[in-house]
Design a protein around this ligand. Structure first.
Ligand SMILES: [Zn+2]
Length: 175
């Protein structure tokens, strides 16, 4: 497949930057093709995994050692967000879970994503991470878990509020 940022995915001609709909877009200059790369955000599901008295946080492969976040993933074709989030929890930490409430929708502009965040209730069962995607996990007591300054951290903060915990967001340190 051709790179949609350089070549038209419909006719393989180079793309050029032109204004469409009030913004500069990458467009195909072949008038008969007319492709526009709209670059719309992708939906991503995220899970606040309640597991006993804890929340399960994961460190994705390639993340800094101290970064732990929510279980996240992309929807498969034909999959509802609720089914997708339960599948991701099963795949990434090996737990069957029940869908809790939808926490909210959180823009993640840097990655051009919109995060659909759910609370899920996991277990019983043992955590078994998928070593291809997940480097490590932590079970952090709900009474202590700290939300962070990012879309998924805002979701965690909002969920903690429903449990009666008012928490400040902690900055994400790169190193
Ligand atoms: Zn084209």
């Amino acid at each position: 497949m051709t790179d949609p940022r350089r070549y038209c995915p419909q006719c393989a001609q180079p793309l050029a930057r032109e204004e469409r709909g009030g913004r500069a877009r990458l467009v195909c200059l072949d008038a008969a093709c007319g492709f526009v790369f709209w670059d719309n955000p992708a939906p991503v599901v995220a899970a606040i995994v309640e597991y006993g008295d804890d929340v399960v946080l994961v460190r994705n492969q390639g993340w800094p050692e101290h970064w732990y976040g929510l279980v996240t993933g992309f929807l498969e074709p034909g999959e509802t967000p609720g089914d997708a989030v339960l599948r991701e929890v099963r795949e990434e930490v090996g737990l069957d879970a029940q869908l809790g409430e939808l926490i909210g929708l959180y823009p993640f502009f840097r990655m051009n994503q919109i995060i659909i965040a759910y609370h899920v209730i996991a277990g019983p069962g043992e955590i078994r991470i998928d070593p291809i995607e997940i480097a490590a996990y932590r079970c952090v007591p709900i009474a202590q878990v700290q939300p962070w300054e990012a879309g998924t951290g805002l979701a965690l903060r909002d969920w903690l509020r429903t449990r009666g915990y008012e928490r400040e967001l902690v900055p994400l340190r790169r190193a």
